[in-house]
Write a protein that binds this ligand. Structure first.
Ligand code: GLN
Length: 484
């Protein structure tokens, strides 16, 4: 069952080959047996899942089921889930039980999806390896000595290991695409504003976007169909009409114009990854696409710009965690100041503190113009590069990451090396563009991701482009040994 697509599972449920309760039990059994090796879940909501599955079975019997009714999924622990711990991977929120559901959670539940639990993540979504979680690192199911990527590493590992049919994630600088690449699955970061951020714990509000981690583009389309769309509770939610993503999957690719940015194939990229990306591009040529080289000249500035803007926004967003209103409070504070200081010192981990300090610095009087304002200007140049590129091409392709998954601990003491993981993913966040990663030919047994970036609100096109490749190749079907 765990290797079937969401469409197959949905068809089986309708034919009563098994019930949603049986399917849910099957995944819960896999989580209990296999997840102690991976640590991909922070919370497993077995009882609630079985109750939701029983309700889904009723809908299936009465013929009122939708495409996701009875399908077991997981949510990144950054999404508020009513009555269920929402930790954001942090000691700070370890005691926090959310009093409401995030819009994304609410919509998927309304569509009949069954929530198996909440997945592990880098603390407050800051990281590229899932090693900054208060709940310990997640292991990559392809090699348990390696990281799954981050920050949505729990979701990526859980989907790759077939512990759930699909999962939600968030992507501020690459946190859906990079772990998808490292774990050999499909990860979509939609256009900024397509999926509501309401009820999603904020990291860097102008960059954060909810999205999907799934085994295929077709599965991702099933979830996005339910998640996308205007939400009046999120002031940056886009008032656009949302197409049917599943309907567009099979569109023909003849005449598709693919741009390959010169800057994405330079130094720093493992040449063997570059070769595999070019093999995938040739597959697209066989499917009728035409290829041209393009330039995104300001993309080398994306990482430095991101590491001014994201910490600035995080220092402001995380000011609310003061030991008074939410989550962790230190023991026996001597006065108010001691309460603030020790609650934050004990509640946050090292990476979060580093970002808060950088953010506070770049926003302070005297430095605001030199760093924050300058970074916002360069951000506009990066966005303009993409605008020019999309006058010539329909989609942009390149590697998702410069390397395959690295060993646990390898980059923990070198934040800059860790930050450089996101060199190819961050530009899309700065420009608010949709982008996805799909698995292509692996390298030495480890997954490799192809990144496809589209113009604003071109998710249907991206999923279509990814799906056609998955139609003629089988890389996305490979399961990590021992998890098949
Ligand atoms: N790895 C990047 C960071 O540490 C991106 C994280 C994300 O997308 N949430 O900020």
């Amino acid at each position: 069952m765990q290797n079937k697509t969401i469409a197959q599972l949905a068809a089986d449920l309708r034919l009563r080959l098994y019930s949603s309760v049986e399917l849910t039990q099957h995944y819960l059994e896999r989580i209990a047996r296999l997840d102690p090796r991976l640590n991909s879940f922070i919370t497993v909501t077995a009882e609630q899942a079985l109750a939701e599955a029983a309700r889904a079975d009723q809908l299936l019997r009465s013929g009122e089921a939708g495409p996701l009714t009875g399908i077991p999924i997981a949510h990144k622990d950054i999404f508020c889930t009513q009555g269920v711990k929402t930790s954001c991977g942090s000691r700070m929120l370890d005691p926090f039980i959310a009093p409401y559901d995030a819009t994304v959670v609410e919509r998927l539940a309304a569509a009949g999806a069954v929530m198996l639990g909440k997945t592990n993540m880098d603390e407050f979504a800051m990281g590229s390896s899932n090693e900054t979680s208060w709940y310990g690192p997640v292991k990559n199911p392809w090699d348990e000595g390696r990281v799954p990527g981050g920050s949505s590493g729990g979701s990526a590992a859980a989907v790759a290991a077939r512990l759930c049919a699909a999962a939600t994630g968030t992507d501020t600088g690459g946190s859906i695409r990079q772990p998808a690449a490292f774990c050999g699955i499909t990860g979509l970061k939609p256009t900024y504003g397509l999926c509501s951020r309401w009820g999603m714990v904020a990291f860097a509000s102008s960059l954060d976007q909810a999205g999907v981690l799934a085994r295929s583009a077709a599965d991702a389309a099933c979830l996005l169909d339910e998640m996308a769309g205007f939400d009046p509770r999120d002031s940056t939610s886009a008032e656009v009409s949302v197409p049917d993503y599943v309907d567009a999957l099979d569109n023909d690719l003849h005449g598709l114009r693919i741009g390959l940015p010169r800057e994405y194939f330079g130094g720093g990229l493992d040449p063997a990854i570059g070769d595999r990306v070019m093999d995938a591009v040739r597959e697209y040529e066989r499917l009728g696409a035409c290829i041209q080289e393009i330039s995104l000249p300001n993309s080398p500035l994306a990482v430095p710009v991101y590491y001014v803007i994201a910490p600035a926004e995080c220092s402001s967003n995380l000011a609310r965690f003061d030991g008074v209103r939410y989550g962790y409070r230190c023991a026996d504070p001597s006065d108010l100041e001691d309460l603030y200081k020790r609650s934050r010192a004990e509640g946050f981990g090292a990476e979060v503190k580093r970002r808060i300090m950088i953010g506070t610095y770049v926003l302070s009087a005297g430095y605001y113009d030199a760093y924050y304002l300058k970074a916002q200007r360069v951000r506009q140049l990066i966005a303009a590069d993409f605008r020019r590129a999309f006058e010539q091409v329909d989609v942009i392709m390149g590697p998702t990451t410069p390397t395959t998954a690295f060993a646990l601990g390898a980059k923990l003491d070198d934040p800059v090396a860790m930050y450089l993981n996101d060199i190819y993913t961050i530009p899309a966040n700065l420009a608010g563009l949709p982008a996805l990663s799909i698995p292509i030919e692996p390298l030495a047994g480890l997954p490799v991701g192809l990144q496809i970036i589209g113009d604003h609100f071109q998710e249907a096109r991206l999923l279509n482009v990814a799906h056609r490749y998955q139609h003629v190749t089988h890389w996305h079907q490979a399961a990590p040994p021992g998890f098949d």
